[in-house]
Every structure is written in C-alpha cells, then in structure tokens.
Design a protein around this ligand. Structure first.
Ligand SMILES: Nc1ncnc2c1ncn2[C@@H]1O[C@H](COP(=O)(O)OP(=O)(O)OP(=O)(O)O)[C@@H](O)[C@H]1O
Length: 775
C-alpha cells in the first residue's frame, strides 16, 4: 500500500499498519482527518466501510465485519494523496479511495459441506464404452470390415450404450429417430456408423461400387462451422475403410465458387450448416438432392435456438419436392439397396421444447432412442436414470465456490494458479465467460506482462498483438493463433514451471483465428487454458479437458450441462467448478444437485474461496503477489491478495485508453449479459440485485464506469436493467461502430420491455449467427 501514492486502503492488515503513515500535501483539515482516521485504525484495527460500499443502493446484504465500530469514519477525500516514501505514482488521480477486497462483502447463505476427500464417492462412468463382454461392435450388425477398422485404426473396442441402441435400430429399420443421450456419449459415431455401413452396401450399375458420380445419399446438418468440421473429421476417419465413398462440407467461410466446384465434382455425403445449404439449394443447380436417403440434424436444440428452424423446414420441403421417391419423372440411375424412404435422425443431448419443435418439422413416426449405461445395471440407480430426462456424466466431479463480487477476479487468479501449479494434475481447462468482451478482458489481465517477478526473471512474453506491433503481415496461421494465444502469463509467474498457454475463443474473432486457436489448444501438450464464451459449449469434442470452470454461470441449466459436458467424455474423468456470488445465486446449488443421478447431489462439494486464496497467496515465496514491494515483506495471504488486485487495478489506471476502456466495456457487457438468464432462473440471477460498485472490482475497476452511474442504478432499482442495446453486445461482441458505442450509453427503458426487446434482438443476432459466423 505504501508504494502507491493514491491508495487509502482501509482494510490492510495489522503488520502493514504498524507503521503510522505520514500525510503531506492537501489542505490541513483533510490531513488532520486522515491522520485521525489512521490513529483510530492504529489503536483498534478493523475493517471500515469503503467508498464503494457506501455509494448507491446495495441490494445484496452487505454485512460489515464483526469488529466494525458503530460509527464509521467518514470517507476520506484528499486533494493530494498521502505521499508515499517508496513509490509515488505520477499519474495518480486525486480523491480516489480504494475499496478493500475483504470488507463489506455479502455473506454466504449456504452451509459448507464436508471436505472433498471424505465427500466424493467413486462413481462408475455413465458415458463410457460398455464393459467387456456386454457388447461388441460386431454384435450390433456392423460388418467385420468396419468393426476391425474401429478397433485397429480408431482404437474403439466396444460401443457406448447409445451407440448400441442407435446402430441396431438404424441398421435394420428405415424409420425416423430421435437420439437423446448425455454429452460425450458418442452420438456422432452412433448415427455415422449405420449410414456408412449401409452406403458401403449400395451398388451402382453392373454391381459396381458407388462412386462420387452416383449421387448424394446423406445430408448432415449442424449449427456451427466448428461442429461441421468436427463431424467431417470423424466421418473421414471412418471412410478410410471405404475410400470409394466421398464426403465433403459446405459451411461458408470460403468462396462459394470453391464450394460449388466441390459439389460439381460429386459427393456422396454432405456435412453442412443450414444457412449455407439453403443458399446452394437456391443457387447451385448442380446440387442434386433427389437421392438423399439420410438426413441428420445434429445438436437439434441448438439449431432451433440459433434460428435455423425456417432453414431446416425449407431443406425438408426441398428434399421432399426433389426426391426421386416421389418424383417418378426424375431420371434414376439404378442404385441397388437404396432405401425407398428417407430416414431423418435428430440428435440432442437435452430433451427440450426446441428439439421437439424441430422434430415436428422433420420427423415422421420417429423412434425415441434414449440409452443409458446403467440400463444394464440393476437397482435404484438404473431406475433413477430412466426417470430423468438428462443428467451430467456420473463420473464428473462438480463443485461450487461462493465468491463475493469484489473477490471474483483475484479468486479466479488464485484458483487457476493453484490448479496448474500442481504439475500434471490439470493440463487443460476451459473457462466460460458470459460475453466476448469479458473473455478479452480476462485474457489481457492474465496475459499482461508483469514488470519484475518474484523470481527476478523478466518473463518472455509472446503477446497476442506482437505480430501486428512488429508490422509483420498478418497472413500466416501463426499470426491467427497469436491473436488469441499467449504463452506468458502472470498466473504461474512464481511457480517452478511458469509456462501456461492461454487461448481465447469467441464469436467476434475471425473464422481463421478461431480455427487456428481451437487447433492449437487441441494439439497442445503443455498446460493450457481456453477462455471462451458459449461458442465452445456445444458439441465440441476437445480432447482431454480435465477441468471446466464456469466463472460466469450459464444462461440456462441446459447450457450448464453442455458446458460441463466438455469434460468427462467417453468415460474419462473430469472436474467442473462454478463460481456463484453470495445471496440468490446460491439457489443454483439446488439445480446442480438435481443434475445428479442420486437426485440429491451427494457428490457435489463446496470449495471455500478463502481456502483458495490462502493456498495461492499463503506461501510468501510461491505466492501470486507479483512484485517485491517492501510492504509485501512479512505480509499475510490477504495482503498479498490485495496486492495482486491492486497491481491489476494499477495496470488499468496506467493504461486508461486501452486497458481501462477494455475493462469498462467488459463490465458493461457482462452486466447486460447477466440480464439475459432464462426467465425460470432469473430469480437467482437478478440484474437488479447486482452490486455494481463491488462488481466493478472484478474488472479491476476502482469504481463502476461513468455511464453506469447514478441514473443507471436508480433505474435498476426500479426494476429495469441497462435497457436497450444491441444483442451483439449481450453476447459480448465489442461495439465497433460509433453508433454501437452510442447504444452503450442509451437511456434506460422499462425493465420488462427492455428484457423482451433484448431477447428479441439476441434471437435476431443469434439467427444471423454473428457469434458463430455461420455461412
Ligand atoms: N465406442 C467408443 N469408445 C470410446 N470412445 C468413443 C466411442 N465412441 C465415441 N468415442 C469418443 O467419445 C468422444 C465423444 O464423442 P461425441 O463427440 O460423438 O459425443 P456426443 O455424444 O456427440 O457429445 P456432445 O453431446 O457433447 O456433442 C469422442 O472423442 C469420441 O472419439
């Protein structure tokens, strides 16, 4: 504290306060007030109400610490900050009072459960391949060629439960199907295997195998380019045992001319995003869908949520109109064993109304295939799993941390440090944020170059913009990665192995950057973190994710299941942690419990934020505190945590133009995104209950941004939120144009109305798929 001329940090600990500060400058009255306050603290150390805690209304309960005196000293205002003996800051603004991390925080309303080791019972994985002896791929009717390819080339020994049910069904019958199974249970292969096997048996004229000229037989639709690419990779790996079958993609992101050329050359299986396919149906004559006999709609609920319902309806209509089954005038090449009717398969991990709506458009007399690993087991567990629509993988270890808003940033830093410091325990983690601006902000906070570290080494920083700054052409793929990846981080600065790579992913990045980032994160064998929005929550099969952190709670419990489903896939272990704020947000714990097979979440544990901070900051040598300030000598964990926070805040103050603006934008977008939680969960995530002053600290801001000032607060209190804004901002895109920036500052409108309008806009935005860059 003493190094920072502008700080009046009321809650630093005894050791630091043992030296009385000398106040110079300013008017004598103010010096006297400051001196008296310091004397009082010196006599009886306690925490006092910070300026942030006193300003504006506080909807969350903010309890002072026990030792706060009945009458609180007035907020100090110093025209000139007390001059420090050590490190006066030249650009310090006057009249600044800095709120302590540890005073006036709201208290948690839930009770801690037992510690992890006693609490978490070992569980059988629920999305794993079936155990030896229960089922083999050959038992399901798959040919020896495919079965041996699965075993020898793809190292897949046995099917998962959903694969067993789906493959048997789709191999023997042509009826439509709705496949529903938990995340990471292998749904992709479940629908691909029977399609490929049946296509392997199609024969063209004179008993010859089919080839690329024989026609398009299968269409697979998925909501995002990333998912389409992923499906296409699995398909290609499968087709290595049937190389006469040709597959391809039309997903946008490249010239339509190249896609048309690909279609002209001929494909037997096409993976596409709905928007792009409709475009080709309208404009590419050479695209012949008359022989399509399999239509797969993957991530069905997401297709609807992203506004593809109409596109899917169009595609289904076109398939019917142009089908050679109904159109006798279509010239047919004889393809033996081609089914007489089209089979439509809808896949979803959740049984939502949205998926059902898509089912109404596309399915006829569909079979509902819903398999569970525990169907083969007897007893109560199996009973419960049959009753429940959708559950988290049984082997996934979930925990929650209740963190007051002021401590969120430092607790995240501490948590990540502690997690990655234990070498080998976690190699890859995903951290979910509510919006792109927040991803960018946190990426920069953790990637920022720390001046001098405890080790005395100046770290090698390969910052994201280095290529741009060096004026190098931005053409290579490394440049794309470098825009979203940094290999130096302040998180592990003081650990023996300080290399941690941070990647970021959100819809405002270019498609090339996103592709390069995902591929770099996937390939990386070193400790790495992916900071992302929900763009990475659905369907993506990123290998070996050990940990999912929901730093910002999901917008719906379905989103939660998809997010945590990025770990604990195909029977592997995984951990998921969610950050909740004290108060109504703790109601979410009950929802987490309901996602367990036992219905009570016996294995759900609570981790104490204080424990995390102590672990990260407790050891002076290996602490996260980033410099060697005299005040840090002999300080305890809380002082070092304060110092880490102050360091981040100083970074913002010193670079208001760039870092400061970014932090403000992140704060504003975050609050707006917060208002978009689904209606049934909004009582837990009520934007009116946010303490904006405290929350600002989570963005390293010493006060809430100006245009989020008094008026906004009053309006929030009345029942609105920061009203009208572009949906793009709600999901986190940065305001690029002047008009977008203006929107950020528009007046508040009625709460209900604003919410409705924002949701409509969000829908519009998602339909346009700006977040997903869908073609
Ligand atoms: N039979 C199997 N044995 C072992 N691993 C498998 C098997 N089938 C699939 N997998 C692996 O399981 C992982 C998850 O598969 P997939 O992406 O198809 O799951 P999903 O059910 O579609 O998940 P989500 O709902 O999250 O999209 C992949 O890495 C895949 O290679």
């Amino acid at each position: 504290m003493a190094d920072d001329g502008l700080l009046v940090n009321f809650s630093v600990a005894d050791q630091i306060l043992s030296t009385k500060p000398v106040f110079r400058g300013g008017r004598w009255k103010e010096r006297l007030t400051a001196k008296k306050a310091a004397d009082r603290r010196h006599r009886k150390p306690h925490t006092t109400k910070s300026s942030i805690a006193t300003s504006g209304d506080i909807n969350q309960p903010t309890k002072p610490d026990d030792d706060v005196p009945a009458r609180l000293p007035k907020r100090q205002k110093l025209d000139e900050p007390p001059k420090s003996h050590t490190n006066p800051r030249p650009n310090a603004t006057s009249k600044e009072v800095i709120s302590s991390l540890f005073s006036y925080n709201p208290s948690s309303t839930t009770v801690a459960s037992k510690p992890e080791s006693q609490n978490q019972a070992p569980t059988t994985p629920s999305n794993a391949p079936l155990p030896d002896g229960i089922s083999k791929f050959t038992d399901l009717g798959l040919s020896p060629t495919i079965s041996s390819h699965l075993l020898t080339k793809l190292a897949l020994k046995a099917p998962t439960a959903i694969q067993r049910s789906t493959i048997t069904q789709l191999l023997k019958e042509d009826s439509d199907a709705f496949i529903q199974a938990e995340t990471g249970s292998g749904k992709t292969l479940a629908y691909l295997l029977p399609i490929v096997q049946r296509m392997m048996h199609l024969t063209a004229l004179e008993g010859k195998k089919i080839n690329r000229d024989s026609g398009l037989f299968a269409l697979i639709l998925a909501p995002t380019r990333e998912l389409c690419k992923q499906i296409s990779i699995v398909l290609e790996s499968l087709l290595r045992c049937a190389n006469w079958i040709v597959a391809g993609t039309v997903i946008g992101g490249e010239k339509k001319k190249s896609e048309k050329a690909r279609l002209r050359k001929g494909l037997n299986i096409l993976v596409a995003t709905p928007g792009r396919l409709v475009d080709h149906l309208d404009n590419t004559e050479v695209l012949d869908v008359s022989k399509v006999r399999w239509l797969v709609l993957d991530e069905g609920d997401r297709l609807v949520e992203l506004g593809f319902e109409e596109d899917v309806r169009r595609i289904v209509q076109e398939l019917e109109k142009r089908s050679d089954v109904v159109n006798s005038d279509v010239v047919k090449d004889a393809i033996l064993s081609l089914p007489t009717r089209r089979t439509t398969v809808l896949c979803s991990a959740t049984m939502k109304m949205t998926a059902q709506r898509l089912g109404e458009i596309s399915l006829k007399d569909a079979v509902h295939i819903k398999a569970d690993f525990f169907d083969d087991l007897e007893g109560a567990t199996a009973e419960r799993s049959r009753e429940t629509a959708f559950l988290a993988p049984a082997q996934l270890k979930q925990s929650y941390i209740v963190v007051p808003p002021k401590q969120r940033l430092v607790t995240l830093a501490a948590f990540l440090k502690h997690t990655f410091a234990r070498k080998g325990s976690v190699m890859k983690a995903i951290v979910f944020f509510s919006c792109a601006d927040s991803v960018d902000f946190h990426y920069e906070v953790f990637a920022r170059k720390v001046a001098v570290e405890k080790t005395g080494r100046v770290p090698k920083a390969s910052h994201n913009d280095s290529d741009k700054e060096n004026g190098k052409p931005a053409s290579s793929s490394t440049t794309n990665i470098s825009q979203a990846t940094v290999s130096h981080s302040s998180i592990l600065a003081s650990t023996p192995n300080p290399t941690l790579t941070i990647h970021r992913l959100h819809g405002s990045l270019t498609q090339q950057t996103r592709t390069a980032t995902l591929s770099a994160f996937t390939r990386s064998g070193d400790p790495s973190i992916l900071f992302c929005t929900d763009v990475a929550s659905r369907g993506l099969d990123l290998p070996n994710i050990d940990l999912v952190v929901e730093y910002d709670p999901p917008f719906s419990s379905d989103d939660h299941l998809h997010r945590i489903g990025r770990t604990a896939r195909a029977g592997r272990e995984g951990r998921a942690v969610i950050f909740l704020m004290p108060g109504p947000e703790e109601g979410y714990v009950e929802l987490l419990r309901q996602g367990y097979r036992d219905g009570i979440g016996r294995n759900l544990i609570r981790t104490e934020a204080e424990e995390i901070l102590k672990k990260a900051f407790g050891n002076a040598e290996a602490s996260l505190a980033v410099d060697q300030k005299p005040s840090a000598v002999g300080a305890g964990w809380s002082e070092r945590a304060e110092q880490w926070q102050l360091e981040a805040e100083r970074w913002i103050v010193d670079d208001t133009a760039k870092a400061g603006e970014m932090a403000k934008r992140a704060f504003v977008s975050h609050v707006r995104a917060y208002a978009t939680h689904v209606a049934r969960e909004r009582a837990m995530f009520d934007v009116k209950g946010l303490h904006l002053g405290h929350l600002a600290k989570a963005f390293a801001l010493r006060e809430r941004p100006g245009h989020f000032g008094r008026n906004a607060k009053v309006e929030l209190k009345k029942g609105g939120h920061r009203g009208e804004h572009s949906s793009k901002e709600a999901v986190g895109a940065q305001p690029k144009s002047k008009s977008q920036k203006m929107e950020l500052q528009q007046p508040v409108i009625d709460g209900q109305d604003a919410r409705r309008k924002m949701q409509a806009k969000m829908k519009e935005h998602l339909a346009a798929a700006g977040e997903f860059n869908i073609g």
